[in-house]
Unconditional design. Sequence first.
Length: 150
Amino acid sequence: MSDRTVRPVSILLVEDSPGDVNITREALRQARIANELHVVTNGEAALDYLHQRGEHADAERPDLVLLDLNIPRVSGHEVLEEVKNDPELLAIPIVVLTTSSAQADVLRSYSSHANSFVTKPVTMVEFMDALGSLESFWLQIVTLPGSDED
């Protein structure tokens, strides 16, 4: 098992709802996993961050992306498709975390190579539980690309 204390896990949260950003921050804080949460509020900024351009030229590549589909400027679907079609970004796991439970969104996300699709629960307690499950799986169980320093 890799030692996660060596380097904090870098997470890019692509979310335009300030409330959901705050809940995500709190869930990660409660998890006590060393992480660096970076937040962008639209698809254009997400692509700039991932491609390390513009104001995000010095950004580190994240270990994990939490992506809302319903974001301004460039949709979450478009972000997902561009990232998964770029050989330099392809290995970054993307978890779609959205209010949609529409089968069309689920199918399109998986067809675009999302690593998982999670519908945001309605209540804050359920949302915190869902984020805790995501945290447990993606930050404790799974070995992320670049997480092994050997």
